[in-house]
Design a protein around this ligand. Structure first.
Ligand SMILES: [Zn+2]
Length: 239
């Protein structure tokens, strides 16, 4: 007698159940290959399945990080990160520093693992890096950068938020959101017994996305818009 086959599952965060679930797999695709240049193997798997509780369709991505016979005794894959629904946020501006995008990716992964305290720390790190970048770029270059630049202590989150408001990079509302994030980040960063809800963490994540979008993406877009108008005006003059 044939033994009944157990359905294949994969562990993924369900945004509606707000929990890690063993999704019933409906299908998957795996691509393995070799990256030329750095000369290293890669592997990616896309899995599609269904939440066993709410029956929402879920899709996630996993990357191979250990390759049997190459750099590991066995094949090792990362946890599945959800890409549908609610895919990880992407931004369009090329000016966003890598430390900012790395921190928001890390925050999202923590949130999907229900590690809310870790997510708050990472969101704070993202905003702190935004502050440093924006304030650094707003300074008029001093002549003697070699010696003075090294002595200046990097700006901290609380100070950075105030400075961004002072120089008009953020308005009152974004300032308030930033203050909230600062408070939660401080709570999360200190070794005391705290709990932060997923709901609050998701809200803070939305605020950080809005701040980054406002400072980088929307500013880029507005600059491009103004350039187009100026070009049109130039052409009209020549006629
Ligand atoms: Zn669900």
């Amino acid at each position: 007698m044939a033994t009944p086959t157990t359905p294949k599952t994969f562990i993924i965060d369900c945004p509606w159940c707000k929990a890690k679930v063993a999704a019933l797999e409906h299908g998957h695709g795996t691509k393995l290959g070799w990256i030329e240049g750095p000369e290293e193997p890669y592997g990616t798997t896309l899995s599609v399945g269904e939440c066993p509780n709410c029956h929402t369709m879920l899709a996630g991505e996993s990357h191979q990080v250990g390759f049997k016979g190459y750099d590991s005794h066995e094949d090792i894959w990362t946890d599945v990160v959800r890409i549908f629904p609610k895919p990880p946020k992407t931004f369009s501006s090329y000016r966003i520093p890598k430390v900012v995008s790395d921190s928001i990716t890390e925050a999202d992964r923590s949130l999907q693992a229900n590690a809310n305290i870790a997510a708050c720390v990472m969101l704070g790190r993202a905003l702190e890096a935004v502050c440093r970048d924006v304030i650094e770029k707003s300074k008029t270059p001093s002549k003697d950068t070699s010696t003075t630049a090294k002595k200046i202590k990097p700006i901290m989150l609380g100070q950075g938020i105030k400075k961004m408001k002072e120089i008009g990079v953020i308005d009152d509302r974004l300032f308030d959101w930033s203050q909230q994030l600062h408070a939660f980040r401080n709570l999360a960063a200190h070794p005391e017994d705290v709990s932060i809800s997923r709901e609050d963490t998701e809200d803070l994540q939305t605020f950080v996305y809005a701040i980054i979008e406002y400072i980088y993406d929307l500013t880029d877009r507005y600059e491009e818009f103004k350039e187009r108008l100026a070009e049109k005006a130039q052409k009209a003059k020549k006629k």
